[in-house]
Design a protein around this ligand. Structure first.
Ligand SMILES: C[S@@+](CC[C@H](N)C(=O)[O-])C[C@H]1O[C@@H](n2cnc3c(N)ncnc32)[C@H](O)[C@@H]1O
Length: 202
């Protein structure tokens, strides 16, 4: 059997850390993490506190985004939204409310536990979401099939960001839009940071 290339091997280690870390936020949201999460993070990133009072408690407690993609997504009733890296589902819950029963919320998360958790939170909120266990580098969706892509703190986790951008463009309908909140470094990161799965995963 061929041994994996160094970058494939690192990607596998990184995936394992990502699976573990975000699942831990669902299983034990009160634990210590070295990044903001839960209600504190959501309020810091400008989510409406009054609306946060009304969302399923688990979706809020395990929220792990880095910004608020809804500020610019301007989701409309009837639209089809793709939520990349759905996590525990706070963004999916809000998307489902905005697009309403005539719209559609499709999630993609590589962790099946996150997918089922996000779907359950949207259902608890009275909406419907279909979440696919898949990688955002290989979206299991047809070309030109969604109106809006949202994602929150997910692109930075990918080893193949250009590939993710290509996939987002492929699935967007002509005239579609994307609202992405993420982490960008203006400085070249040192190799010791780049090669640390824990730092990359968060
Ligand atoms: C920062 S959380 C998303 C927060 C979420 N929007 C919310 O409302 O709480 C990141 C999620 O992206 C998923 N993820 C990370 N890398 C991925 C990849 N390459 N493909 C699909 N999902 C990925 C993780 O499993 C995790 O659930």
């Amino acid at each position: 059997m061929e041994s994996p290339t160094p970058s494939a091997a690192l990607e596998e280690v990184l995936s394992g850390e990502i699976l573990r870390m975000y699942q831990e936020i669902v299983e034990d949201p009160a634990a210590e993490f070295h990044f903001f999460h839960g209600r504190e993070a959501a309020e810091r990133f400008g989510y409406d506190p009054a609306e946060l009072d009304t969302v399923p408690a688990g979706a809020l407690a395990s929220f792990a985004g880095v910004g608020n993609p809804h500020e610019r997504a301007h989701l409309q009733p009837g639209e089809t939204v793709l939520d990349l890296g759905s996590g525990a589902g706070l963004d999916a819950v809000l998307a489902s409310r905005r697009v309403g029963p005539s719209g559609r919320v499709i999630g993609v998360d590589m962790n099946p536990v996150m997918c089922r958790t996000a779907e359950a939170h949207v259902a608890l909120d009275g909406g419907v979401m279909e979440c696919h266990q898949a990688r955002m580098e290989e979206l299991p969706l047809p070309d030109a099939s969604v109106d809006v892509v949202i994602s929150n703190g997910v692109l930075n986790l990918s080893f193949r960001k250009r590939r993710v951008m290509e996939e987002m463009h492929r699935v967007l309908r002509p005239g579609g839009r994307m609202s992405i909140t993420d982490i960008v470094s203006a400085k070249q990161l040192s190799q010791s940071i780049v090669n640390d799965p824990k730092l990359w995963a968060s």
